[in-house]
Design a protein around this ligand. Structure first.
Ligand code: IMP
Ligand code: MG
Length: 507
């Protein structure tokens, strides 16, 4: 294959900023590269006549020795997106923590305090180094690395109570946030009435099984254009007017439709003005900040919350959250251009879990499911609810990879499967005896599919003590490699425990 010295792009398996040579991918690409890189042979007009080079996201960011070529992006923008590829709780917190070593900024782009990102950090105690678990709901998991600036983007719905609790917790741990936490002035605020409406709606027949954090009602207000944003806190008059309008409307709804208690306008105004004083130092135009950071070639990690199947557009609607956890949400939720995205990493748990209601084809309502829950500690980090558990579902993951554009995968919690004699993976669905080509996102079909399973031999070995992927027991590697093959996507990392050192890079 023809390799051109100039065709450099960042290696996806090395820390950002390091480079390796790659060859062009298709015959058409090769001829285009040839014309572009050797214009003296073909003349300048030949370059101008060429259609735009079709590039993969990573190709776009290669260093272009002929930076005058208009189709290629000058300079190197670096935004990696981390997405949950299933129903959330894949272990994104740990992967973000791992990648934070090599980035400058970690930015949350959607959701709110419904998320629970768990990070296990080594701490020095009287008995030497031990590990401690921290759960973050709003502040990006990168906060545990002192060199990282954390951003809460405009796509997030911000709960002041949850935010202040988290800031206090971090301060208590001696983690300085001053100058390291930036909150978008355009983020919408969660109000007490959002939580109240969330819990009242969940008492009805069509309950979703929400976290009760007011997420849905806050996004409803955002899209009906009555929401209150962080920027509104800055102006007492505007805040009072908007709050009054909102509370009067919500009180009508609460008393007449839901026959519930009504809210006190003045009490809420006072509470939120207090909050304004506390968060003032963190508020800024984060979109402007991120774009200026991109110009300075800073490395950004966009941290998604929840997972692809909870996406309001691409998930198992209506049993979804109200935001866009898929990679597309990162651009609108942070105010950065799609052209700045360099890679998308999908986090996949070695089996499946789901909290809340909705279809779950590989759910195991039996001893297997209970065992996965017990060994995996599958209880919600935000609500404490037991998670529904089942086998890995490659049929749904193919869809997730497509929608997110996932290029490499981190598999988490492989060690949870250590003691199983056999492990199953759903490779496809049948409906009425017929194989389905595509993942159905309508609930009726998804609830009636029959998962088709491939059975793998268990490895019956404790993997959490291994520090090299190559040394894992052969059946464990076979399981991981088969997932990569079935998904036609590279497995980049395997996690065999919650601690930082229990992370194996797949070479
Ligand atoms: P909401 O986001 O609280 O409105 O809940 C909507 C659905 O998303 C429910 O099924 C929740 O259990 C689920 N959900 C929300 N956040 C998370 C999360 O961080 N992990 C897993 N499921 C979540
Ligand atoms: Mg979680």
């Amino acid at each position: 294959m023809l390799t051109l010295g100039g065709a450099l792009r960042p290696s996806s398996d090395r820390p950002l900023g390091r480079w390796n040579a790659r060859s062009p991918t298709s015959a058409r690409d090769r001829s285009l590269y040839f014309v572009h890189f050797f214009p003296t042979l073909f003349g300048k007009d030949a370059v101008a006549m060429q259609p735009p080079v079709v590039c993969t996201p990573r190709d776009r960011s290669f260093t272009n020795p002929l930076s005058s070529i208009r189709y290629l992006k000058p300079g190197f923008m670096s935004v990696q997106i981390i997405v949950g590829a299933q129903w959330g709780d894949e272990g994104k917190g740990k992967i973000v923590d791992h990648l934070s070593k090599d980035v400058d900024i970690v930015a949350r782009y959607q959701g709110g305090a419904n998320a629970g990102h768990t990070v296990v950090i080594p701490t020095k105690g009287p008995n030497g180094v031990t590990s401690k678990e921290y759960v973050l709901h709003l502040i990006p998991s990168g906060i545990f690395h002192r060199h990282v600036t954390c951003v809460i983007g405009n796509g997030v719905v911000l709960d002041p109570v949850a935010l202040m609790t988290e800031i206090e917790q971090l301060r208590g741990l001696g983690i300085s946030i001053k100058g390291r936490l930036l909150i978008s002035h355009n983020a919408h605020l969660i109000m007490p009435y959002h939580k109240l409406l969330d819990s009242i709606r969940e008492q009805g027949e069509n309950r979703i099984g929400t976290t009760g954090r007011g997420i849905g009602p806050a996004y409803i207000d955002k899209y009906t254009r009555t929401g209150i944003r962080v920027v509104d806190l800055m102006n007492r008059e505007v805040l009072c007017r908007k709050l009054k309008q909102n509370i009067e409307e919500k009180n009508e709804l609460l008393s007449k439709v839901y026959h519930s208690q009504v809210l006190d306008v003045d009490e809420i105004i006072n509470e939120y003005q207090e909050f304004d004083k506390k968060i003032d130092e963190y508020v800024t135009d984060t979109s402007a900040y991120l774009n200026s950071a991109l110009k300075k070639k800073k490395k950004i990690l966009a941290e998604g919350a929840q997972g692809a199947f909870l996406d309001v557009d691409h998930g198992t609607y209506p049993f979804v959250t109200s935001s866009s956890p898929t990679s597309g949400g990162a651009c609108t939720g942070l105010g950065i251009p799609p052209t700045a995205i360099t890679s998308v990493i999908g986090v996949v748990k070695a089996y499946s879990t789901r909290v809340g209601n909705g279809p779950f084809p590989t759910e195991q309502l039996n001893e297997t499911g209970e065992r996965l829950r017990k060994v995996g500690g599958e209880y919600g980090a935000t609500t404490g609810r037991p998670r529904r558990c089942g086998w890995l579902d490659v049929a749904s993951l193919r869809y997730s990879i497509r929608v997110n554009g996932i290029e490499k995968i981190a598999i988490t919690k492989l060690d949870v499967l250590d003691e199983f004699d056999e492990i199953r993976v759903c490779t496809g669905y049948k409906v009425n005896g017929r194989t389905m080509g595509n993942f159905p996102t309508d609930v009726q079909t998804l609830e009636s599919v029959e998962p088709q399973y491939r059975v793998f031999k268990g490895w019956r070995t404790r993997t959490s003590d291994f520090r090299s992927y190559a040394k894992l027991p052969a059946p464990a590697r076979k399981y991981v490699d088969a997932i990569g093959s079935m998904l036609e996507t590279r497995i980049w990392m395997v996690s065999v425990g919650a601690r930082r050192d229990q992370t194996l890079i797949v070479k």
